[in-house]
Design a protein around this ligand. Structure first.
Ligand SMILES: Nc1ncnc2c1ncn2[C@@H]1O[C@H](COP(=O)(O)OP(=O)(O)OP(=O)(O)O)[C@@H](O)[C@H]1O
Length: 308
């Protein structure tokens, strides 16, 4: 069996009295773009620092390609590239020269420079000084530097943070193509759901130091369960009938008489019952699973079991 690029089990880290990470369990499959989501303070950065070996976890294991980061840090990190916070680059050197330094440091052939510049679409600006670069260009150069050692796992901490909308779009497009272009599996943290929804294949959701979901993005959407939007002339009576059929009110808009139901009931039966009771139904339609509302459910509701 091939080892997972990244496998974290029971990770915990405490700073004094603060339980920064209580329990993180996640598995990142080969070739994935794994979106690591959670509100501020949920423990994403702490997890990333543990998995890069920058801080020592109190409990749990982190395995990169099967290598335990504690027991075999060197082997675990040998094929990991990371962009954590704003990349530290030399402003008086050109983009090319910055990468040249990285090559020398890692004892890699200079031929890698041209390849990574092309991957991040910075070939044209490589001879300009980094001090003249926009934030987006600096981020791309940071990404190029992380790619220079041909990592199997690429860790990106909030890769679009601080970028303007077009810079964000460019960075997302770049990340989306990385597994195919470079063979790297991508693990990226983000607090932006819309971003993760656009590019991730897998998601981990953190809440107060714990993973509340870990799995394919499709499985996350499926977890929302059924949501039905109903509009009719007698909402109170309709809601009572819906309750008897296994639905519960998820939200309600009294101004329009519409409401959203959740539950496992049968929409066709509900419709028939409403019409049979003399209620004029103007709309009854399933809502698309929406990551945003699920994310809010997961991160604010009482703790739920992580998906197996
Ligand atoms: N060095 C530290 N000393 C004490 N507490 C810390 C330290 N680093 C983080 N924490 C606390 O641990 C918790 C988790 O923080 P962490 O930075 O991992 O969250 P995060 O999900 O990355 O949040 P953000 O999106 O804001 O970066 C927070 O309550 C934070 O205040």
């Amino acid at each position: 069996m091939t080892e997972l690029p990244l496998d974290i089990r029971g990770l915990a880290k405490r700073y004094g009295r603060v339980d920064a990470v209580r329990r993180v369990d996640l598995a990142v499959p080969q070739g994935a773009i794994y979106g690591f989501l959670g509100p501020n303070g949920a423990g994403k950065t702490t997890t990333i620092r543990c998995l890069l070996g920058l801080i020592r976890a109190d409990a749990g294991t982190v395995r990169v390609d099967g290598h335990d980061i504690r027991r075999n840090r060197r082997a675990a990190l040998a094929r990991v590239g990371a962009v954590v916070e704003t990349p530290a680059l030399y402003p008086n050197l050109t983009g090319y020269e910055n990468l040249q330094l990285a090559c020398r440091y890692l004892d890699l052939p200079k031929a890698r420079i041209g390849a990574v510049l092309e991957t991040v679409e910075m070939t044209r600006d490589a001879r300009r000084k980094v001090g003249q670069y926009s934030l987006g260009m600096r981020q791309r150069l940071g990404l190029a530097r992380a790619l220079i050692g041909e990592p199997r796992l690429l860790i990106l901490d909030e890769p679009t943070n601080g970028l303007d909308p077009s810079g964000m779009r460019d960075m997302r497009a770049l990340i989306r193509d990385l597994p195919e272009r470079t063979g790297a599996t991508v693990f990226m943290s983000s607090h932006l759901l819309s971003e993760v929804e656009q590019i991730a294949t897998h998601v981990g959701v953190m809440r107060q130091g714990e993973t509340v979901f870990d799995g394919a993005i499709g499985a996350l959407a499926a977890r929302t369960g059924q949501r039905l939007e109903v509009r009719c002339d007698k909402p109170d009576a309709a809601i009572a009938l819906a309750g008897a059929q296994g639905f519960a009110v998820f939200s309600r808009d009294d101004a329009t008489g519409s409401f959203i139901l959740s539950g496992d009931g049968d929409p066709a039966r509900l419709n028939a019952a409403l019409v049979g009771a003399g209620i004029a139904v103007s709309a009854l339609a399933p809502l698309r699973a929406d990551l945003e509302s699920l994310f809010l459910d997961l991160t604010s509701a009482p703790r739920k079991e992580a998906a197996a």
